[in-house]
Design a protein. Structure first.
Lengths: 158, 158
DNA sequence: TTAATCGGTACCGGATTAGTACTATTTATG
DNA sequence: CATAAATAGTACTAATCCGGTACCGATTAA
């Protein structure tokens, strides 16, 4: 399946909290409490988001994190991308096919960037503003032909 | 990062082989040899694809697998979806939010199906026919703003 | 009858991820 | 100026999941 790491999953949850906070900084502890997530994890994720430039961090008493841009200017792709690090497993979907031992028997590799881009575009089309709507209009049923294609969203699992 | 399992990755490789075979059945061993993939793995994947109705299997001597539909009628979403099984980790992105212990503190969950569908649509727009073109026109560079969003396509890694 | 091939299940090892612990650094506030 | 509240960084452990293998049964053309 196509899955997203739990880190990115939590990241989206936290970002929606901050979107609703309207620029006012929130501490990691407050966010963890609000979403019922483990504090160290929340802390780690917020740090990463700040490093990626999506959040502004304010240290010291009364400090916290706040959005660096307006919710409408932040996409799901931004958040997920920020939390996934520039991992090395990108060889065949990215630009550098060097070091690909199977290249001579693989005519498909050139197509991965296309798929890549298609998914990226899909994720970029969804803004944080949209995701922050408190009660979304229950979207139309997923029209998978025979089997549900699932994103591994573990955010709400036990 | 957003990653695809290696199984699905191999699956696409194998499907392109079969697309080029033009209806003529190929044995698992032949496909494994052609793509330089481990035979047991190939066997496992082909079985799953056949069960999903994407391949037709012919047992016995001179048997093998062949496409159940025309390459143009099979999408990347079909292949990936077939290999990812109806895992249980779908609770929050699928339809049934039941059993989600954090539901009351999670206003985002309702949005996962949307993201889900967006990605699904992207994958469905790419047909096996397109992917089987021997040497694809090197697609335009991936226009990620600051960081490459990567699909973990490990097909061509060592 | 035989050999080639698909079908299914169970299992193991390794890699990645989730989560934790600890310490240093910054800063508002009294 | 001292203190407490908060972020920043790093290293580490534990659990899960994935890739891969092995084995045996069922089919079927020759």
């Amino acid at each position: 399946m196509i899955r997203i790491t739990r880190e990115a999953d939590y990241g989206i949850l936290l970002m929606t909290c901050l979107a609703q906070a309207e620029g006012q900084p929130r501490s990691a502890a407050a966010l963890a409490q609000q979403r019922r997530l483990p504090l160290p994890m929340v802390s780690k994720i917020l740090k990463a988001l700040a490093r990626a430039g999506l959040l502004i961090s304010q240290r010291g008493v009364q400090g916290g994190y706040s959005l660096a841009r307006l919710p409408a200017e932040i996409s799901a792709a931004d958040i997920i991308g920020a939390l996934e690090g520039p991992l090395a497993i990108t060889e065949c979907s990215g630009e550098n096919h060097d070091g690909c031992s199977r290249l001579e028997h693989c005519e498909v590799s050139g197509h991965w960037p296309r798929i890549n881009q298609a998914i990226y575009a899909a994720l970029q089309s969804i803004s944080l503003l949209e995701m922050s709507r408190p009660d979304p209009p229950r979207p139309v049923r997923f029209h998978a032909p025979h089997r549900v294609m699932a994103i591994n969203a573990t955010s709400s699992l036990v």
